[in-house]
Design a protein around this ligand. Sequence first.
Ligand code: FPP
Length: 286
Amino acid sequence: MIDLQKLAEPGSPEAFLVARLDFDRLPRHIAIIMDGNGRWAERQQRSRAEGHRAGVKAVRETVEIAASLELEVLTLFAFSVENWKRPRFEIWTLMNLLKEYLRRERHELVANDIRLRILGRVEELDPTVQHEITSALEATEGCQGLTLNIALNYSGRCEIVDACRRIVADWARGERVEIDEETIGDYLYTARQPDPDLLVRTSGEMRLSNFLLWQVAYSEIVVTPTLWPDFRRRHCFEAILEYQGRERRFGSSSVEQAAAASSGVSRRGRSRPKESPEGVALKESL
Ligand code: FPP
């Protein structure tokens, strides 16, 4: 049961947003392109490193809110394959922030039943980063709540290339592999996870930037002008409300969509338990 008190203080502006959420139609998977750390720093006349450090605070709050909303998956785009083109000091800063985050938050993740997954070419990262990743993966292995994907040294095109290579390797070993959409999905880094229902990009940029290219085929995209370090629970609720206001057709017309809705058939694999009377009462009290 979602604990509404963890979502917002009664009477706060966030509580008004929570009261408008439809808890039966929450996204299962939210993916976020965290953009704008550099511009945030520039506006505050601070260094880019400080912008990234402020971005970690937003990461913490977003993970907390995703877990409180009982989402299945949250995917954060932390470092792309293309980001190696940045100045060495900036790369060093980002890698250190990641190591620090994994080391510091490991116990918090376990305490909140959050399972960590890393999407990307981990084997190309510095051994010290790989060490923190391995420890955090091992520590959270048995967790069964939210899955937190951190995309690190990630590129959507590389992910598809890696999937093709693994399919060919299995084929060469004599495994019979059908080439269809399901198989390709099973060979991606996100195997067995639902595709993102909602893709959020901060800082107003309207680009996919090589993120989850296969998986976002039918995702709803919400772009917010907020710069990532300023992203807080309020922005998360606003993005979900915008998502809930959209009609998702998956290629069908609104007529078929209405028929499917009235017969209870939906693309969502898991139906969320109805809010309990206590939950409804609490929501009203917010
Ligand atoms: C984009 O902003 C952001 C990044 C390239 C890095 C994101 C990393 C973090 C938020 C911190 C570490 C992450 C975790 C998961 C602990 P930008 O630098 O491109 O901003 P700009 O477009 O304004 O220059």
